[in-house]
Design a protein around this ligand. Sequence first.
Ligand code: NAP
Length: 293
Amino acid sequence: MIFIAGASGFIGGHLVDHLLRRGEKIRALVRSAGADERFTRSGIQTVVGDITQPETLKGVLSPDDLVIHLVGIIEEKGPATFQQVHVRGTTNLVAEAKQAGVRHFFYQSALGADLNSWSGYLRTKAEAEEAVKAGGLSHTIFRPSLIIGPWDGFTKKILDMLKISPVLPVPGDGKARFQPVYVKDWLRCIQAVIESPGAYRGTFDIGGPEHLTYQEIVEMLAQVSGHTRMSVNIPMGLMRFAARAAGLLPTPPVTLDQLRLLEQDNITAPDAVRRSFGFDPLPLRDALKEFLA
Ligand SMILES: NC(=O)c1ccc[n+]([C@@H]2O[C@H](COP(=O)([O-])OP(=O)(O)OC[C@H]3O[C@@H](n4cnc5c(N)ncnc54)[C@H](OP(=O)(O)O)[C@@H]3O)[C@@H](O)[C@H]2O)c1
């Protein structure tokens, strides 16, 4: 049985569809009754729980389970801090997995996870990785770059903006480099882990085949989606001012930390996936053409 935490998210949704197509048996941890109904209609077993509340996880796992832990947040909201969700939540799930003696534990971290990072997101992803390693379970950790595909938050934000903006605003100089990977290629990697968990113990960087600047990525997205616009670089000082003001909104479009992440490279070897998983992931333009079509 495959147990998924975070099944209702962007990547979790793609994983669920992929596994259902392959006839796999799935159990999903869900927080809301809405997600519960949607999954049970597809024949997926559900357990209602929250990884930050260990009492809700008691007894949900069994020795036959391969746990896929995809829970994560990109911005903090009230009690859902990076520390609570990434570190405490992962520690809770690992403790429960250990108690049950599950056969393998997969954790989705992020490229650039670093115990010394200034970014709360990247620092707590690294702390969560440590919690997984300390659990002593057979485990796999993925550190993916930006994952793109139908319904991903990044593409959606840019496309929504392009629909109303006459120009393509780029925060700062847009020169920091990223390595976007298509969700279909991420699925090929996780499928390899599901088929042979023992062959994929350890930590794996997951990225597309190219290093692209932020500006190149958004310009490509605009072009492929048929919204070619002149790009305008907005000074970071101005962006920070706007982000501070937006921080007063209930759901700010961008946080100061997210802006700062746009100023630093987030890349790994261009052949990282080929070396670990033996195939070449799609270049961004081809992936965009496929899913925007
Ligand atoms: N997307 C990317 O480009 C990317 C890149 C690198 C790494 N990652 C990592 O990959 C993972 C999945 O990303 P995603 O884009 O699919 O994220 P997402 O769409 O925001 O989904 C997050 C999932 O986590 C669940 N969740 C949040 N807090 C929870 C809690 N306290 N207890 C139980 N479930 C909780 C959400 O459930 P609800 O539906 O109940 O909110 C949702 O199913 C995350 O760990 C993320 O950091 C993503």
